[in-house]
Design a protein around this ligand. Structure first.
Ligand SMILES: [Zn+2]
Ligand SMILES: [Zn+2]
Ligand SMILES: [Zn+2]
Length: 101
């Protein structure tokens, strides 16, 4: 049985809870842990491309730039903070979101 325990301890743990000693291999279960045990249901910023989420807008921006190559080159809506990688999305966005302009 001690052999089994040793093997278990060799598992590489990737996600560590910033609030306690909890560690897990999947970000999903870390998120669930934080929600359930630390009452931080409002994980505000969720990456739309993977299951990364963060409380800080800046770190989501960093994540998007580094992991998904988004935000480095982008086009801004002149009427709100909508941004897109594709210039052609801007007129479409304005048409649907800002029809009065
Ligand atoms: Zn924790
Ligand atoms: Zn992501
Ligand atoms: Zn807009």
């Amino acid at each position: 049985m001690s052999q089994l325990f040793l093997n278990k301890s060799l598992i590489i743990v990737i996600y560590a809870c910033p609030h306690c000693d909890f560690e897990t291999k999947t970000s999903n279960s870390l998120n669930r842990h934080i929600r359930n045990l630390h009452n931080m249901g409002a994980i505000t910023y969720q990456c739309p491309y993977c299951d990364f989420s963060t409380n800080y807008k800046e770190s989501l921006k960093n994540h998007l730039a580094h992991k998904h190559d988004i935000g480095t080159k982008h086009y801004n809506c002149p009427y709100c903070d909508f941004t897109t990688k594709h210039k052609k999305n801007i007129p479409r966005h304005i048409k649907t979101k800002h029809p009065n302009y």
